[in-house]
Design a protein around this ligand. Structure first.
Ligand code: HAM
Length: 423
């Protein structure tokens, strides 16, 4: 019987073995980040509410509708992070990481984020992201580097169907004129009242409208790509040339706007065709004005957030072979008190040698312990009884093939290491 409590609605919890998979894909990402020189940051889970209002933007759905905001005992307004970028930049500035040496500051972090969205498959109120940011340079090579890191990670997981959608949202020089032009176009359409209001507050978001009747009217809308200033165009062309050099394929997507206000220039999304409505498995882009928006110096940046929940769904949808490392490779089975003492020691020795090992607990007899061994997923069982101890050996049983042979006790660890590594 379960308790009378359940996790709150929309909280995506993971239990083994899926949680082991989550952890393994995080490890795979940690490796990609390390190889590219990104340091790890353990970030605050809640922040001053104003950070998100100013950083992410009051007109965004994330800030206006989806934040978990509360007052603490000291009367401060705090918010559970709905995303990482604003907090990462806040932390970089607070700890003066941008003054410690060369720029960019390269940093990554991971953990839960919180948005009060209507839960459905792939959309949760507590979900998990990997977030990576390069702060302090406008160099387009860094834009391409971030994309390549995510790309390499998806490949390392065995995902083959991820699509990269790419766009440029311009900068504070060219976007205002484009925005005005887009507004003029949108005001002439037949749209409902909330959409009309959106035209005045955040017209670019209208381009993202998925309703067919709106989509039909958007044909012929002016696109940012056709209104980039010379610098933004050169930047965008360079990013695309670099991606080509790296063999990364993308789809130019001039209607890609993303839901957060801080984006400038390069913006991108990773999309998975098998995931239905929630197909955005990751997204990112430049935020060259964000530092100033939150009271910092001029410090351009770029990064991405990759959704771990949707990545797991994508792995499952593709049937990708990526798996968590085994939690048990060798299972110890003891018959009798002295054997149990020895097996307990042997299991510890195996673990020290880097072999995942476990044993039956609770004084089980041979039959029950062998059942546990089968259930554990171990490749081998080490069985030890009184007679084996007297002979100075243990029985090594291949749980896959069934073969069993006596191995001298002092050779067990090396024998298992060899057998397991040759597989
Ligand atoms: P975002 O597109 O809002 O960007 O989120 C990034 C990814 O998080 C999405 O592509 C999606 O996979 C996942 N995600 C978002 N909301 C949910 C949800 N409710 N349930 C499950 N997964 C979700 C950002 O958060 C930016 N901070 C990314 C960034 C970093 N841009 C620059 N640096």
């Amino acid at each position: 019987m379960s308790s009378s409590f359940q996790a709150p609605k929309g909280v995506n919890e993971y239990v083994p073995p899926r949680a082991d998979l989550l952890q393994a894909i995080r490890h795979a990402f940690a490796e990609q980040a390390r190889l590219a020189g990104y340091g790890y940051l353990e970030l605050a889970v809640f922040e001053d509410t104003t950070l998100f209002k100013r950083g992410v933007g009051e007109s965004t759905d994330v800030v206006s509708k989806e934040m978990y905001t509360f007052e603490d005992r000291g009367g401060r307004s705090l918010t559970l992070r709905p995303e990482f970028t604003a907090g990462v930049l806040r932390a970089v500035l607070e700890h003066n990481l941008h003054k410690r040496g060369g720029l960019p500051v390269k940093i990554w972090t991971t953990g839960p984020a919180f948005r009060a969205e209507q839960p459905q498959a792939g959309r949760y109120r507590q979900f998990y992201q990997l977030d990576l940011e390069a702060i302090g340079t406008e160099d387009p090579q860094v834009d391409a580097e971030t994309i390549a890191i995510a790309w390499n990670w998806y490949r390392s997981l065995g995902l083959t169907r991820v699509r990269l959608l790419l766009n440029s949202l311009g900068c504070k020089e060219c976007r205002p004129a484009y925005r005005a032009r887009l507004q003029e176009f949108l005001r002439g359409l037949d749209l409902d009242e909330p959409t009309r209001q959106r035209i005045e507050i955040n017209p670019l978001r209208v381009l993202d409208d998925k309703r067919p009747e709106v989509r039909a009217q958007l044909e012929g809308a002016p696109l940012m790509a056709d209104h980039l200033c010379a610098d933004c165009k050169a930047h965008h062309d360079r990013v695309r040339a670099l991606l080509s050099d790296l063999g990364i394929t993308w789809e130019d997507t001039p209607t890609l706007v993303r839901g957060l206000d801080y984006y400038t220039r390069t913006t991108y999304e990773f999309d998975h065709p098998l995931l239905g409505a929630q197909s955005g498995i990751g997204g990112g882009g430049r935020y060259d004005g964000l530092s100033e928006d939150i009271g910092g110096p001029e410090l351009p940046g770029i990064g991405f957030g990759l959704g771990l929940d949707r990545t797991i769904l994508a792995l499952e949808a593709e049937g990708a072979a990526f798996a968590a490392p085994p939690r048990c490779q060798v299972f110890g089975v003891a018959i009798g008190d002295e054997a149990e003492r020895r097996v307990f020691g042997l299991v510890n020795e195996l673990r020290r040698a880097g072999i995942a090992a476990d044993m039956a607990f609770g004084g089980k007899r041979l039959k029950g312990a062998m059942k546990d061994a089968d259930r554990s997923g171990a490749r081998y069982a080490v069985i030890l009884g009184e007679r084996d101890i007297a002979a100075g050996s243990a029985q090594l049983k291949d749980l896959g093939g069934g073969d069993q042979a006596a191995v001298p006790l002092d050779e067990i660890v090396t024998t298992l290491r060899e057998r397991l590594s040759s597989r």
